[in-house]
Design a protein around this ligand. Structure first.
Ligand SMILES: Nc1nc2c(c(=O)[nH]1)N[C@H]1C(S)=C(S)[C@@H](COP(=O)(O)OP(=O)(O)OC[C@H]3O[C@@H](n4cnc5c(=O)[nH]c(N)nc54)[C@H](O)[C@@H]3O)O[C@H]1N2
Ligand SMILES: Nc1nc2c(c(=O)[nH]1)N[C@H]1C(S)=C(S)[C@@H](COP(=O)(O)OP(=O)(O)OC[C@H]3O[C@@H](n4cnc5c(=O)[nH]c(N)nc54)[C@H](O)[C@@H]3O)O[C@H]1N2
Ligand code: SF4
Ligand SMILES: [Mo]
Length: 744
């Protein structure tokens, strides 16, 4: 069958799948059952099934099965062997075959004649690697070091091999500049470290045991659809589910009650609830006496500074509602809160998370089945990160000298230069020595980082920009050289989640398409050429296959944790970590005191109040609050560009409340300009009372052939926390942004 016919047929089955039975569930935040899809295709081709794992930066990190016939990927489904994935994928997951065979894929190494001109010329791998290595060597020769060479590796693929080889190559080249930190979760991550001494939470499957669930600043009906079934299971057993979000999301629509605080006021809400719980005498004094440090100080703070009335004024939620939810939460046992990443991307986001943690702790819900302050976990990630972990720069490399780490009279200690990706433009502007060459892989800064217009100026000033990707993204559009890379189906990987406890292997099931190569191979090619041109100039290994690299990432810790004796056991299917699904059950915390810390000296050391005190968010700099959370139809900038997805997600829009729309003379369908001093976005308006009057809502997304980019109106303000666990780099305040709107 020729491939265009295959694509057309698959497109029809994909659309049919999503418009029949499954679609209603999907559109309303449910889960598609594989049955709707598997039937005819499975029997038609006699396909061979391979174990796969979704590589996306997604809570769900699905274990998948990929069906291949005659070397062609026919369709995919969720693996039933994982009780978390349970046989279903999201709409994006089902579109994978189109991603693989998309006519828009970068097929060959390409060179752009004139940055941003779109004048691309196909070149050979040899020519591409030659120009890259020549440039690296000339920077080294001219500058005497490689700090002018920078790497931006983000979360485009979370396969362990991809997390290990790209940085490995860079270490092999010498001391370089790295864009680091995270645009995702640093503020809340630090908050959990201050309170618990680690970030770890109960198994999401244990949500089914909860008696009361608050979904706070999280939108799992879109962002973690597989978790919804455990929430529904709890509901069926009588649990109440409350959603707290300024936007009436599809998650909110599924809950028993929905509270809409003003953006950035969650800390006040949590503290108001805590005060009411104290007043009712519902704090679990036994638990805090045995397990916590600083509860008396926290209690004093609440009694002196916090009232329910104050919280009501701050948040816009009626005092009776705050009091009632607080009472229900404190009385329901066990009660749990899922703290989403959206609510902490604020200038006071870390403090908000500490206040919410405190609410869970003071009610004795920490360390309980069906309880907990759930944010994420990383205990399943103890891989070797090979070869990254084993690399050293070539002998004699000169690097960055950190005065704080340099002791007088001792030999100079060199390191990489680390810049905060959340302030990429600002960091590039002040970088001395200047960044001359940037390598972007598994990252799409022009779509995902704030302060985009300033960043573009900096990118345009580079001597060379290399982008390794599968598609001509908005970042690739600015590149001098793009290198085509493989999708997960064309390479070996192994994956774990930052949420559930499963481990899954990803077998290569088809040959690399066109001239695409895995990052492992690309790194080896660079190393080989570097050493041909200048022997000893790169220590990165040159002869490891992607599969061997994957295998070397396993170690005894991973085997033991998951009850396997070798990686090969995973060829039988995904496995779940052998660990108590309840975190902190023993009451031993990893804080300096070994207790849960309402009062954290560590927080104080990092310039925060020791208690989770409230601090207002920054004031508006424009008329409207701008929210740009994650879309249902894409994983950040991925998938939305596919023609199949366009069938469901026709065009970008800005959501605006009817009262505000009336004031601005806007009706649904009008083209409007969302603008501020940083830039503007031209987009169609949709009027809806799902968003509050003060808010403009646009989902982050990259549509092919559209200029739409929410990052144009985002500044690079940072969150309060993140510096503790992210090498001094605070998280982004991406959800605390402001703009004006006018009809075009
Ligand atoms: N406005 C706004 N901005 C945000 C956020 C928000 O809420 N609002 N959220 C932030 C968050 S939470 C995150 S995590 C970041 C995510 O930011 P990124 O990690 O940059 O986002 P992605 O679009 O997932 O992936 C980046 C690129 O990786 C490419 N890619 C995929 N697989 C591979 C591979 O195997 N190899 C290579 N070389 N490339 C590959 C994709 O094609 C894509 O172009 O965005 C942040 N930006
Ligand atoms: N479909 C899909 N799934 C994804 C992703 C994706 O891009 N698309 N991205 C993945 C990644 S990398 C991440 S980090 C997770 C993120 O997934 P979530 O943790 O669900 O976080 P967000 O979608 O960023 O934001 C969740 C909600 O926070 C709300 N919010 C914003 N500001 C505030 C506030 O001040 N207070 C409160 N209470 N709520 C607020 C937003 O309105 C939004 O509905 O999702 C993962 N899953
Ligand atoms: S994007 Fe998330 S929910 Fe969808 S298939 Fe991948 S891991 Fe599963
Ligand atoms: Mo993220």
């Amino acid at each position: 069958m020729n491939s265009s016919l295959l694509n057309e047929m698959s497109r029809r089955s994909f659309v049919k799948l999503l418009t029949a039975g499954g679609a209603a569930a999907m559109l309303h935040g449910g889960l598609l059952t594989p049955k709707a899809f598997a039937g005819p295709a499975k029997t038609a081709g006699g396909c061979k099934a391979f174990h796969s794992a979704c590589q996306r930066n997604c809570y769900d990190t699905c274990a998948m099965l990929s069906y291949v016939d005659d070397g062609v990927l026919k369709y995919v489904e969720g693996d039933k062997q994982s009780t978390f994935t349970n046989g279903g994928l999201c709409v994006k997951g089902y579109s994978y075959p189109r991603r693989v065979y998309s006519p828009d894929r970068i097929k060959y190494p390409m060179k752009q004649i004139g940055r941003g001109t779109g004048n691309w010329k196909r070149i050979s791998w040899e020519e591409a690697i030659d120009s890259i290595c020549d440039k690296i060597l000339s920077i080294k020769k001219e500058d005497g070091h490689l700090l002018g060479l920078a790497l931006d590796k983000n979360s485009g693929s979370e396969g362990i091999t991809n997390c290990a080889v790209i940085q490995g190559l860079f270490t092999g080249l010498g001391y370089t500049t790295r864009f680091e930190g995270s645009n995702c979760w640093p503020a809340g991550y630090d908050a959990q470290y201050f309170d618990f001494g680690d970030m770890v939470c109960n198994d999401p499957e244990d949500l089914a045991n909860a008696g009361y669930i608050i979904l706070w600043g999280v939108n799992p009906a879109w962002t973690s659809i597989h978790t919804m079934k455990f929430i529904y299971a709890a509901k069926e057993r009588g649990a109440k589910v409350v959603c707290i979000d300024p936007v009436l999301t599809q998650t909110a629509a599924k809950c028993d009650e929905y509270l809409a605080p003003k953006m950035g006021t969650d800390g006040a809400l949590a503290l108001g609830m805590a005060r009411h719980i104290l007043d009712l005498g519902l704090a679990d004094r036994g638990w805090v006496a045995d397990n916590a440090l600083g509860f008396p100080e926290f209690e004093q703070y609440l009694r002196e500074k916090v009232t329910v009335q104050w919280a009501a004024e701050e948040t816009g939620i009626p005092p009776e509602t705050i009091a009632r939810i607080a009472e229900e939460f404190a009385k329901a046992k066990p009660a749990t809160i899922w703290i989403g990443y959206g609510l902490q991307r604020h200038t006071n986001g870390g403090r908000a998370v500490r206040s919410i943690d405190a609410l869970v702790a003071m009610t004795g819900n920490v360390g309980k089945k069906g309880g907990g302050a759930r944010y994420g976990q990383e205990f399943t990630w103890d891989f070797e990160y090979w070869p990254k972990s084993k690399m050293s720069p070539p002998a004699g490399s000169i690097g960055f000298v950190n005065p704080a780490k340099q002791k007088p009279g001792e030999p100079t200690v060199y390191s990489n230069r680390s810049l905060n990706r959340n302030q990429a433009a600002r960091e590039m502007q002040k970088a001395d020595p200047k960044i001359r060459m940037l390598w972007v892989s598994c990252s799409n800064p022009m779509s995902q980082y704030p302060n985009r217009n300033e960043m573009e100026k900096m990118y345009r000033g580079l001597d060379m920009l290399v982008v390794v990707d599968q598609f001509f993204t908005q970042t690739a559009e600015l590149a001098d050289i793009v290198l085509p890379t493989t999708t997960q189906f064309e390479e070996w990987q192994v994956n774990v989640s930052y949420w559930h406890y499963w481990l899954a292997i990803n077998e290569q099931c088809i040959e690399p398409l066109f001239e695409a190569k895995p990052n492992t191979v690309i790194s080896a090619l660079v190393s080989k050429r570097m050493n041909e041109l200048a022997p000893g100039s790169c220590t990165y290994q040159q002869d490891l296959t992607p599969k061997e690299c994957m295998i070397r990432n396993f170690n005894e810790t991973i085997h033991k944790l998951n009850g396997i004796s070798s990686w090969e056991d995973l060829l039988e299917g995904p496995v779940k970590a052998k660990r108590n699904p309840v975190s902190w059950a023993g009451g031993k915390f990893k804080t300096p005191s070994g207790k849960y810390e309402f009062l954290s000296a560590k927080a104080a050391e990092y310039g925060h109040p020791a208690l989770p005190e409230y601090h207002s968010r920054r004031p508006n700099h424009d008329k409207f609050v701008v929210l740009t959370p994650h879309t249902k139809f894409g994983l950040h900038s991925q998938f939305i560009n596919l023609d199949w997805m366009r069938d469901f997600n026709h065009e970008p829009c800005v959501y605006i409340n009817p009262n505000s729309a009336r004031n601005e003379n806007i009706v649904s369908g009008d083209m409007v300009r969302v603008y501020n001093k940083f830039g503007e976005v031209a987009v169609k308006a949709q009027v809806t009372d799902n968003v509050p009057e003060d808010t403009l809502l646009m989902y982050e997304a990259w549509f092919k052939n559209e200029k739409f980019n929410v990052q144009n109106v985002l500044d690079d303000a940072v969150a309060d926390m993140g510096a503790y666990q992210f090498g001094g780099h605070r998280g982004p305040a991406i959800q605390e942004q402001f703009a004006n709107v006018e009809k075009m």
